[in-house]
Ligand binder design. Structure first.
Ligand code: HEC
Length: 169
């Protein structure tokens, strides 16, 4: 019956991970990262960036110049780990039916007046369901939409597709 005590002790020990490392995703290099990158500041600061491999390389270089020390293998593992788990952020999606003028301006790099014209047209036109419909949008060239088509989401505002039959009016 001591087995139960031992089992619970093991379970408790498993949860007693120091708070510093709980949020790190698992994977090779995790240990080296949490050991080396929490020496001078919180680990949270070390992983506060999202950048590509070259960016992480530069950050690690900077930390070395500030005095960070580890074996070359550990630095390599840390670089792999950070590049894989904290890569450059993807550009945000553009929800074409609910985006505000400012979102459209930023996402498509168009002028404010163009974004306003688009939103005015959208209000009259109703929900947009395909890229093709954007050919009719005034103010913004279709090429702009087309070159960002991977980011455009055609979700329908306030209609939930999977929640039973459509309401009758
Ligand atoms: C020897 C001490 C030391 C170690 C070890 C260390 N850092 Fe730093 N880190 C600093 C200092 C000092 C700053 C503040 C630098 C500044 O404000 O310019 C900093 C700031 C940062 C920043 C904020 C952005 C920036 O560039 O200033 C990031 C990200 C970072 N460290 C990542 C890491 C990573 C990843 C590791 C592990 C490889 C690490 N640090 C290990 C000293 C260290």
């Amino acid at each position: 019956m001591n087995k139960y005590l031992i089992a619970s002790a093991v379970i408790l020990a498993a949860f007693a991970i120091p708070a510093c490392c709980q949020n790190l995703p698992d994977g090779p290099g995790k240990e080296a990262t949490s050991k080396v990158c929490s020496q001078c500041h919180e680990l949270g600061r070390a992983i506060s960036l999202h950048q590509d491999r070259a960016g992480w390389q530069a950050t690690i270089q900077k930390m070395v110049s500030l005095g960070a020390m580890a074996s070359p293998e550990d630095f390599e593992a840390i670089l792999d780990y950070l590049s894989k788990n904290f890569p450059a952020a993807e550009p945000p999606k553009l929800h074409i039916n609910s985006a505000r003028p400012i979102d459209i301006e930023a996402a498509l790099t168009v002028r404010h007046s163009q974004a306003l014209a688009f939103v005015a047209w959208r209000e009259k036109h109703g929900p947009i369901t395909s890229l093709d419909q954007l050919k009719d949008a005034p103010g913004i060239e279709f090429a702009k939409f087309e070159s960002h088509k991977d980011r455009i989401v055609f979700d329908q505002p306030s209609v939930s597709a999977n929640s039973g039959p459509a309401p009758r009016y």
